[in-house]
Design a protein around this ligand. Structure first.
Ligand SMILES: *Cc1c(COP(=O)(O)O)cnc(C)c1O
Length: 378
């Protein structure tokens, strides 16, 4: 069996090991928040935002932010049907209802027209998820938010390094959240980040994130509301500090990998990869190929071909509305159609040129074989 080509894997150097080791050995007592403070400062500077709070996950950051916006029972929150469950779960936990709308066929992100059409008097927020690093139509979505007086939230879990007209993904909404899970471009193992320019929202989330204890409260053990406990540890933050010092390198390598796939696969007939429209930079978290129906290439066929080569490719997100706990919405045609003919390609930083070419070969063969079969039928 050939050595396995994983689809994601963190890039860990001596720097991460050194910082984590220091945090474990010395980051206690008076120094127990040192790496957390440093990590938040570095994250803010990188994004160009006013406030950041390190959390235990992106899901937690989103839960805190939505709670601070006042999302509660009876409310609706609009998001794309194509998505990871993590964006919908906090909405459900707050007693609100996620409203799933269709995506745009080229960006795989929320369709602004559909989002606007889904607004009702119960709508409390719109969540823009930058899928796989691809950017949402932020200009249109922000206008819709403004027109209807609704906060636009950015789930930038997959979009560190992505830029929209000079602005970092995650820095453009009422608040943004990031995932630092081991599969993401920048990681702390598990972890997340809440960011905002809104001071009031920041203070509310800070209090909520610490079991409802305001930082101005001098009385010990005195929460003023029921909050959450979604904090990051100093040891995790130490890993984050090292990763943050390497952020340009980490994003550059992701972009190189996507560029390689695009160069080797993008010109095959009926094959498209993550877009990068003018005025944007795609952080390239997850290179993904989509096959036009006429290629005849399916997810199942391709995953089998990858498995034979011991390559770990993954399925494109199923529409959330197709999951058992939600109502089917097959009218979200793009979201329901794409997954059957799309696959996520391996993209970890340490992939070699040979690894990339092994992946390329599987895709080229799949497309070529299907084309030959069709020729044979004529
Ligand atoms: C990874 C991911 C999350 C969840 O991140 P966690 O840190 O695992 O909570 C949320 N939204 C999207 C779009 C993701 O890809």
């Amino acid at each position: 069996m050939k050595p396995r080509i994983y689809y994601t894997k963190p890039s860990i150097t001596e720097k991460e090991v050194a910082y984590a080791t220091d945090a474990v050995a010395n980051g206690w007592g008076e120094r127990c928040y040192e790496y957390i403070d440093r990590f938040e400062a570095a994250f803010k500077a990188h994004l160009g935002v006013e406030h950041a709070i390190a959390t235990s996950s992106c899901t937690g950051a989103l839960h805190l932010g939505l709670a601070a916006l006042g999302v509660g029972p009876g409310d609706e929150v609009i998001m794309a049907d194509t998505n990871w469950i993590a964006t919908a779960a906090p909405v459900v936990h707050l007693g609100a209802r996620p409203v799933f709308v269709d995506i745009l066929p080229h960006s795989w992100c929320i369709d602004p027209e559909r989002a606007e059409a889904a607004i009702t008097p119960r709508t409390k927020a719109i969540i823009a998820v930058h899928l796989y690093g691809n950017l949402c139509e932020m200009h249109e979505l922000r206008e819709i938010g403004r027109r209807h007086g609704l906060p636009l939230v950015e789930d930038a879990a997959e979009a560190i390094g992505s830029m929209y007209r000079g602005l970092a993904a995650g820095s453009m909404g009422a608040f943004g959240c990031f995932s630092l899970h081991g599969s993401k471009t920048l990681t702390t193992g598990e972890g997340g980040m809440f960011v905002t320019d809104d001071y009031q929202l920041y203070e509310t989330v800070l209090t909520l994130s610490n079991h409802g204890r305001s930082r101005s409260q001098t009385k010990q053990f005195w929460p003023e509301m029921v909050g959450f406990k979604y904090k990051m540890s100093n040891v995790q933050a130490a890993i984050g500090c090292a990763q943050m010092e390497r952020i340009d390198e980490l994003v550059r390598r992701k972009r190189e990998i996507l560029a390689h796939y695009r160069e080797r696969l993008g010109s095959l007939p009926g094959v498209t990869l993550n877009p990068e429209p003018a005025g944007t930079v795609n952080g390239a978290w997850m290179p993904t190929v989509v096959f036009a129906p006429e290629t005849g290439v399916t997810r199942e066929a391709l995953l089998e071909a990858f498995a034979r080569e011991n390559i770990d490719a993954r399925v494109f997100f199923y529409p959330l509305s197709s999951l058992p706990m939600f109502d089917d919405l097959p009218e979200n045609r793009v979201a329901w159609d794409l997954p059957g003919r799309a696959v996520n390609l391996p993209s970890y930083h340490d992939m070699t040129g040979d690894d990339l070419e092994a992946v390329v070969a599987v895709v080229r063969t799949a497309v070529g074989v299907r084309a030959e079969e069709r020729e044979g039928l004529r």
